[in-house]
Design a protein around this ligand. Structure first.
Ligand code: FES
Length: 157
């Protein structure tokens, strides 16, 4: 896991992505963005990249996840769970579970974003999965940070 943190794969923004999503965790205040380049005809993920403002475990999880989904059809990528990621990383400690959940949640949000204006496949659940619920919307996180900031400003003033 440390190796993936020191030399993360697929790190950085992707300019030609056709599906992107961000996710933030209220548990720790960290954020992640996932970029996917999906083949329109085959719905296979050609490229996957990420940006993480999270901890070492989150960077390692996102790095591994983006490696795992490359070359996979969206349906298979959707099925990867945070438990799979944790196992691949040698077992995340319980306090770090949410870091893997955040990476998987962001990926699922990116896959959902891809189908926003396209015909939805049968395998895509209607309601959000636990991973997606956990990866709270960035906007909510920003609101919370803004509120915090205002409180601080208020105290100062
Ligand atoms: Fe926030 Fe790991 S502690 S993503």
């Amino acid at each position: 896991m440390l190796e993936l943190f020191r030399n993360p794969k697929n790190l950085g923004r992707m300019d030609d992505a056709n599906a992107t999503a961000t996710a933030g965790s209220l548990a720790c205040g960290d954020m992640i963005a996932i970029y996917l380049k999906i083949d329109e005809k085959t719905q296979v993920i050609e490229k996957a990249q990420f940006e993480s403002y999270g901890c070492a475990a989150n960077i390692a999880a996102a790095s591994l996840l983006t490696e795992m989904v490359k070359g996979k059809p969206l349906e298979e990528a959707w099925k990867i769970s945070w438990v799979d990621i944790s196992e691949e990383l040698g077992g995340l400690p319980p306090i770090k579970y949410h870091c893997g959940v955040l990476a998987v949640g962001a990926l699922r949000r990116a896959i959902r974003a891809y189908f926003k204006n396209r015909e939805k496949p049968d395998w895509l659940p209607e309601g959000p999965t636990p991973e997606e619920k956990h990866a709270l919307e960035e906007e909510k996180l920003m609101e919370m940070l803004a509120r915090r900031y205002k409180i601080q400003v208020g105290k100062r003033g």
